[in-house]
Design a protein around this ligand. Sequence first.
Ligand SMILES: [Zn+2]
Length: 535
Amino acid sequence: MRRAFINGKIYMNSGQFAEAVLVEDGVITAVGRTSEIELIAGDAERVDLEGRTMLPGFNDSHCHFYSVGVSLTSLMMLGCTSIAQCIEEGRRFIERNQVAPGRLISGRGWNQDYFTDENRMLDRHDLDKISTEHPIVVRRACGHVASCNSLALERAGITTDTPVPDGGEIRRDAQGNLSGILTENAIALLDCLEEPPTDEEMERTLRAAMAYAASHGITSVHTNDVKNDNAERMLSLWNRLTERGESTVRAYHQCCFTNIEGLRSFIDAGYKTGQGSDMNRIGPIKLFIDGSLGARTAVTRQPYADDPRTTGVLCLTQAQLDELVRTAHESGFQVATHAIGDGGIDMVLKSYEQVIGQGPNTLRHAIIHCQITDMPLLERFKRSDITAQVQPIFLHYDMQIVEDRVGHDLAMTSYAFNTMDELGIHVAYGTDSPVEDLHTINNLHCAVNRQNLKRQPAEGFNPAECVTLEQAIDNYTIGSAYASFDEDKKGRIQPGYLADFCVLDRDIFAIDTSEIMDVRVDMTILGGRTVYTRA
Ligand SMILES: [Zn+2]
């Protein structure tokens, strides 16, 4: 297949643009002026960009892509501004999907900080108002808290006598009755309610996520779908869609393990970073050291400013983390570890520094999130060349809580996206979707303007850490490509690179940065093939 994309404004590099690009068999073979490409394009199909701006396809460096599909096809409370609205959304979901009584309703996305009626978490009495005939489990936006209705508690066999799991809570109300709110490790008590999906349901779920990603100009994702117990099923799901030519996004699998036995059996099964094809590749071992800032489970070096009783919840000891990192490293696996608090980041850096030593970080070990930082921590990223996989869109919510949680001084050196770039740290942008929306343009807006999605505050939160648009695009394309060893074939529009593009409805480089949020993706192209066109 030969296609020539002509008459565009094609972003090649900061300040450098072309007009046209020639694609053959999924790969870029020439870039230049439209007149130059016309001379060599022959009978290639012409796609007239009509002056529009073309970027490399976006590459989300950390998301939970299958879960994106699940949330697209489940009860979504993201953006609800009251408990009453959550209840209404729940009722409508059941009505719209004609969910049979007895079937589990699962959802997520609520956040009590946005509620204007009552500033509290959803409890079972709220959810009983949605239905008493369906078990209902809805997770908070962060995923670290789950609320369930009375029927869900009953079906899961949770009573006031149920032993509380370590590292979790079964919360009670003032009278000592179950409130229906479970946190962290206690959430697993609800797993028994889930009915395993069929292969067909899983394909539908993944296709929903792919269509959504394409509508946002995403052509690659680093996705954390593979876990301890589902590697074979999840990888074969992706492979099936790829083989049928139905895949519209390239996947780099961050494979999540919580203990050494799980990791060893994955290694023994013969998996390794880099295995696979351009569509579907094994990525790093994904580990967790802490939780989230919103839930005060991120691990901090000092007690939380707004709750001095806690420094967060550690998922692994330093010794456990060291063993996992060393085992993965010695087997040739890249490692990417979730760390949000400065204490968690410090521990992960220590583990990495031990295996990297003085040498280069050839396996490109990375830290995902990197939110609460100070200058010495950031300098350690640079010194050992640790990639920072960050989510600028987290600012939308976190800017209103970060000072409360960690105090003003530490807040001012956190979410330090500009400092990371200035230090020359490898930075890769993503969204952690479905924690936040898989929304590329909003993510760019947050990086460049450091405003929330209501464009507040006007001057930006800690504006010294605003990044330029070019830098943000680069981090979101070539930066993410570096994190998967793909910087020679993804993230630039240059000969020899994969023909993964997105076309915008206006010139994002010419507008005021305050208008970035208004930009829409018109078209998404994967390997030269158009996989999305805006209606
Ligand atoms: Zn995540």
